[in-house]
Ligand binder design. Structure first.
Ligand code: HXC
Length: 513
């Protein structure tokens, strides 16, 4: 019986979710329950749950007397390192965490509170999808969530973890959010499952291959972070939050550094080879430059020819975009452009300064790239950097050729300060290619063509493949000694910390998609 006298009992029953057996089954699948997840995600004891008593009003297909504790989703607010967030966690133990009208209303309420109060929203997904019995009401529920995801985009950070099945249209709420976290062996995310795939295309594929954590973090790029267990995943969300402001009106949290701002980083000269054909790991450079060598990589397994990460420089949270010479020579291609553009736009939305580390030979040539629309995708990076009004600091580490030089946050695209190391080569193209084109006739007609070719390559390198031409034109603001780079970057961020730049008023831009 439900009355005011047994309030505690009623609540406790609902807080048990689907009950002992279902919880046991959840644990046997290697999964935590919704409330266990929330406990790990939030600061201890900080969770305040709302809408515990919400229940559905469906009477179709045997639902009239079916109780679904909490409607299959736990919602409320709490803190992460003392900073407020709103959370919803689907409860698979209660009717498979399926989404019906009331379930969706609980999520929408949380999103409205998050949006109206300027606080991040975190969604933990574990659901059988649209509750079949609720038909169009369930579909409408998803629509209402997508609508809010879109409106919240760029206003508050939206973070999503896939901690179970997430299939069909249900995938689009996480896809509309800023970051997707997944766990190997636990997360499954696909538009249609393996059985439908087999029926339609005759392909045989396991759920993990089709929509597991590594598939989406390595191949599709849908997921930004992948972990081997749920605890690490939830800790990953906490770590990410440390770099983010609560909303677009705030600056990201400043964290006083114990690392010396003027630390000499001369060891970098031993990492970057002067021979531009030699490879090196840009992550080593990032580790040396940032506070305490700590950075959080976004998309560490996807489009690894470009690196995107959050870090701190002199306490300032920054978003770093860096070409990775170790992978495909650091070339820009379709996936790298998509990855970097999305990251740049996130940072710009939330006032996170951008530091770009450039060592790029150009955009990748070939039919695969052209037919795939490298023009359209590559344009995103130009657009994203040009649109961004946050402080933009660029360091040209070595190669910066052609359109890719421009795309990697050149002064023309609005970089506030551009630094270069002495070995930088800033030109339309590399010496070999350039000499072959402009001296083609002289080389062809020479008695010793190869000798002349080598001479012309050297000549071009001396004249153009260096940072001095760009420095004379004011495109590079100084050529740095390696050792002073960290202090110069930090000083740049200090100088730009009150930057206020605007763009022409408009409804919204039309980024090439
Ligand atoms: C109603 C559902 C359900 C659903 C699961 N359940 N999915 N009830 N509607 N969509 C119920 C089950 O009946 C069961 O209820 C409980 O949830 C747990 O499900 P199990 O099947 O026992 O769990 P498990 O074996 O772990 O399998 C999980 C599963 C499977 C892989 C998710 O249940 C499944 O394939 N469900 C259907 C998924 C699906 O196709 N959903 C629609 C996607 S399309 P009891 O009472 O026994 O606990 C979609 C459209 C969205 O979502 C469109 C948005 C625009």
């Amino acid at each position: 019986m439900k009355n005011k006298d047994n309030l505690k009992e009623q609540k406790e029953k609902i807080l048990q979710g689907g009950g002992e057996e279902k919880i046991k089954a959840q644990h046997e699948k290697g999964k935590l329950t919704a409330r266990e997840r929330i406990d790990k995600l939030l600061d201890e004891g900080s969770f305040m749950e709302i809408n515990v008593f919400t229940s559905h009003r469906c009477t179709d297909l045997g639902m009239a007397n079916k109780e679904v504790p909490g409607e299959g989703v736990v919602t409320g607010s709490g803190t992460i390192n003392g900073r407020p967030v709103y959370v919803f966690a689907q409860d698979f133990t209660a009717m498979g965490g399926t989404l019906g009208e009331a379930h969706s209303q609980k999520i929408c309420k949380i999103m409205d509170l998050a949006l109206n109060n300027g606080m991040p929203v975190i969604g933990l997904n574990d659901s059988g999808g649209a509750r079949i019995q609720e038909g169009v009401d369930a579909l409408t529920g998803y629509g209402n969530i997508f609508f809010r995801n879109t409106h919240a985009s760029g206003v508050i950070p939206q973070i999503s973890a896939i901690l179970g099945p997430c299939a069909g249209g249900a995938v689009y709420s996480p896809a509309l959010m800023d970051f997707v976290f997944m766990v190997e062996g636990v997360s499954k995310m696909f538009i249609t499952g393996p059985e439908v795939v087999k029926a339609v295309t005759a392909e045989e594929v396991t759920p993990e291959e089709l929509g597991g954590a590594m598939t989406h973090s390595q191949l599709s790029g849908v997921a930004h972070f992948a972990y081997t267990d749920e605890g690490a995943c939830l800790q990953g969300i906490r770590d990410l939050m440390g770099y983010l402001p609560l909303n677009y009106l705030e600056k990201p949290p400043f964290q006083e550094s114990t690392d010396d701002n003027n630390r000499d980083v001369g060891e970098i000269s031993g990492i970057v080879p002067s021979d531009t054909k030699k490879l090196y790991d840009m992550k080593e450079i990032i580790s040396v430059l940032v506070d305490d060598g700590v950075y959080l990589e976004v998309h560490p397994h996807f489009a690894t020819n470009i690196i995107t990460c959050f870090a701190r420089l002199g306490g300032h949270a920054v978003g770093i975009v860096a070409n990775q010479p170790k992978v495909k020579g650091g070339v820009l291609d379709i996936d790298a452009s998509d990855k970097a553009s999305r990251f740049v736009r996130f940072c710009d939305s939330f006032n996170i300064p951008l530091v770009s580390l450039v060592d790029v030979p150009g955009y990748l040539p070939g039919t695969e790239q052209e037919f795939g629309g490298v023009i359209r995708h590559g344009a995103k990076l130009l657009y994203a950097y040009s649109e961004a009004t946050v402080p933009k600091v660029t360091l040209i580490a070595r190669k910066a050729y052609g359109g890719a030089f421009l795309a990697m946050c050149s002064q023309s695209l609005g970089a506030d300060l551009v630094w270069a190391w002495p070995g930088a080569e800033i030109a339309v193209m590399g010496p070999e290619g350039a000499a072959n084109i402009i001296y083609r006739k002289a080389i062809k007609e020479a008695e010793e063509p190869e000798k002349v070719r080598q001479e012309k390559v050297a000549e071009y390198r001396d004249f153009f493949a260096n940072p001095f031409v760009a420095a004379r034109r004011g495109m590079v603001h100084d050529i740095l000694e390696y050792g002073e780079t960290r202090s110069r970057l930090i000083y740049s961020l200090d100088l730009l910390s009150s930057k206020n730049e605007s763009r022409p008023p408009k409804k919204h831009g039309n980024i090439p998609l």
